[in-house]
Design a protein around this ligand. Structure first.
Ligand code: ADP
Length: 399
């Protein structure tokens, strides 16, 4: 009976899961799915590897009062049925922040959990939910080993200068530095680059992970040299609901002159800003693209302007640019956003093939472009599964 690994990615209102065979190197999950709208209007979807939808009977037991803990219990029972008694030998979690404690995938113990908990304020949208999922699994299935794979891990190779804030050295020494995020996505893209770029994979590459959260990573030799997110996942690009880079003086002004509390500022920066805040309409790029409202258009233009500016800055960290990769929800689906960003970077030699871009092809740069531009799907779950396989089999983790 072949053994399996489960990956979990728990967010504030969603839980994504994927089941991988243990005894292969496949990056395709045999079952994958998600529960969205937790606490509001829960929805469940799941499919087998070949794309066929699985039954949704689990939804009869989930309601608006169901907590992440209840849902994990239901999901594990539902999976047991679908796994037909194939043993679940490890559960790997995407954990957003490893801080200065952890970079490599780590087996979860009480001590590890306690350390990770101290990082909750640095990733309030993600970390508490990631840890709640770990606790729920420990409660229902304490016998299954659990592993944490960190979004910060990939950026351990960053240049020291790229990781520093211009703050007093004592603060950097205590860990107030730029950690960077979306590392599991960058690691996956780095692993498939040779297939798409050949030797150019090890040259100067920027990956733009443009999802609900968004960041960019400048790589050389497929390792992170610099990235746009910092100490928290607020910095850098404009996002769906997050503001991205902001003059820190604005935060002081909001608190001193407008009397806003810390939690009001936190809500403003993490949940009410970005595409949603600027458009006043939606955090979803497609909704804004379909809107005639000038505020929607302005939000799209600002997003593209900020993305192009950040990209040009990151190119400085690697001395130019040979290839650019778009990935995640906006990067993979919004031909308009890819066009607007690349158009602003024409001076760097970027030139898209409009037809290939509109058709969502893999290579979307034109033959005149001095920079190869690709659109690739990311697969963070495959990176988590690979790490779990290696640890369980006691093998070094291959990048
Ligand atoms: P996350 O994993 O961070 O939740 P995703 O990478 O799935 O996010 O990205 C979700 C975002 O992608 C949506 O909020 C939306 O802005 C964008 N998106 C998804 N589909 C499309 C589409 N067809 N056209 C434009 N934008 C899209």
């Amino acid at each position: 009976m072949s053994e399996v690994i489960l990956t979990l990615n728990a967010g504030s209102s969603s839980l994504k899961f994927a089941v991988f065979e243990f005894d292969t190197t496949q990056t395709t999950a045999s079952i994958s799915g998600k529960i969205t709208g937790i606490g509001r209007a829960p929805e469940f979807s799941a499919r087998v590897g070949d794309g066929a939808d699985l039954e949704k009977g689990i939804l009869n037991h989930i309601n608006t009062a169901s907590s992440h803990e209840d849902i994990i219990a239901l999901l594990l029972a539902w999976l047991k049925q679908h796994l037909e008694d194939r043993p679940l030998i490890a559960i790997g979690h995407r954990v957003v922040h490893g801080g200065s404690f952890f970079a490599a995938p780590t087996r979860i113990t009480d001590d590890v959990l306690n350390k990770l908990e101290t990082l909750n304020p640095l990733a309030p949208l993600h970390q508490p939910h990631n840890l709640a999922a770990i606790r729920a699994v420990s409660k229902w299935h304490p016998e299954v080993p659990q592993f944490a794979c960190f979004d910060t891990g990939f950026h351990q190779t960053q240049d020291r200068v790229a990781s520093l804030f211009a703050l007093p050295r004592s603060l950097s020494d205590e860990g107030i530095v730029r950690y960077g995020f979306h590392g599991l996505s960058y690691e996956y893209i780095a692993s498939v680059l040779p297939h798409h770029l050949g030797q150019q994979a090890d040259a100067r590459v920027i990956v733009a992970h443009l999802g609900n959260g968004a960041s960019m990573c400048a790589m050389k030799n497929r390792q992170s040299v610099a990235t746009s997110m910092g100490f928290t996942a607020l910095d850098g690009l404009m996002m769906g609901r997050r503001c991205g880079t902001l003059d820190p003086g604005v935060v002081l002004y909001l608190m001193q002159s407008k009397g806003m509390t810390v939690s009001q500022v936190e809500a403003l920066l993490y949940r009410q800003s970005g595409l949603l805040g600027v458009s006043g309409i939606s955090n979803h790029m497609q909704v804004l693209q379909d809107s005639d409202d000038p505020h929607a258009r302005e939000a799209i233009e600002l997003y593209a302007f900020r993305a192009a500016s950040v990209l040009a800055g990151l190119a400085t960290a690697i001395g130019g640019l040979d290839a650019l990769v778009f990935t995640a929800g906006i990067g993979e689906n919004s031909a308009l956003m890819r066009h607007l960003i690349c158009d602003r970077l024409a001076w760097m030699g970027l030139c898209l093939d409009s037809e290939a871009n509109d058709e969502n092809a893999t290579t979307i740069s034109s033959s005149h472009s001095t920079v190869t531009v690709l659109k690739l799907p990311t697969n963070e779950e495959a990176v988590v599964a690979k790490a779990c396989r290696s640890i369980v089999a006691n093998r070094p983790i291959q990048k």
